[in-house]
Design a protein around this ligand. Structure first.
Ligand code: S3P
Length: 165
């Protein structure tokens, strides 16, 4: 069974996911890094060459290929853009949404240049965030609030969620 972490860019899926995997003694996989390894291209390069649709299809392929693992899997913030991704993840594990406020995310990412969909004006970033909020909730089996919490607290909460699943 996999533990899939979903949430907007900058919600801590990778940093929290790594610690959670270590604490559970399972492997940690980040779908973005996996896609970069398989394609030998950076995420911005994939967006530039193949567009968002091209990237989304790499992302769904990655979920399929990683389905037989026993791992903590940090997904990209747009995993909820493709409804079928929910079925792939639900078949193979539990989906936990790390919810983070837009203000916290903005502080963390600032002018990050490795995320093509963050690299746009404030109104567009905000609209993307607002549009996606209900989608994360639709996908999630569990929701964990991350604002103002230490990593140790989050790990504790996540382990409780996993225990109860
Ligand atoms: C994306 C989020 C990124 C990455 C790509 C697209 C998105 O992952 O998959 O830039 O659509 O929100 P992170 O959520 O890890 O930043």
């Amino acid at each position: 069974m996999n533990i899939y972490l979903i949430g907007f860019m900058g919600s801590g899926k990778s940093s929290v996911g790594k610690e959670l995997a270590t604490s559970l003694g399972v492997s940690f996989i980040d779908t973005d890094s996996y896609i970069e390894e398989v394609t030998q291209k950076s995420i911005p390069a994939i967006f530039a060459e193949q567009g968002e649709d091209g990237f989304r299809s790499h992302e769904s392929d990655a979920l399929e290929r990683l389905s037989t693992k026993e791992a903590v899997i940090a997904t990209g913030g747009g995993i909820i853009e493709i409804p079928e991704n929910k079925d792939i993840m639900t078949k193979n594990g539990i989906i936990v949404y790390l919810h983070t406020n837009f203000e916290t995310i903005s502080k963390r990412l600032q002018e990050d240049e490795n995320r093509p969909l963050w690299n746009q004006d404030l109104d567009k970033r905000k609209a993307l965030y607002e549009r996606r909020l209900p989608l994360y909730r639709q996908f999630a089996h569990y929701v964990v609030e991350t604002d103002d919490k230490e990593v140790e607290t989050l790990i504790h909460e996540l382990k409780e969620v996993i225990k109860s699943s």
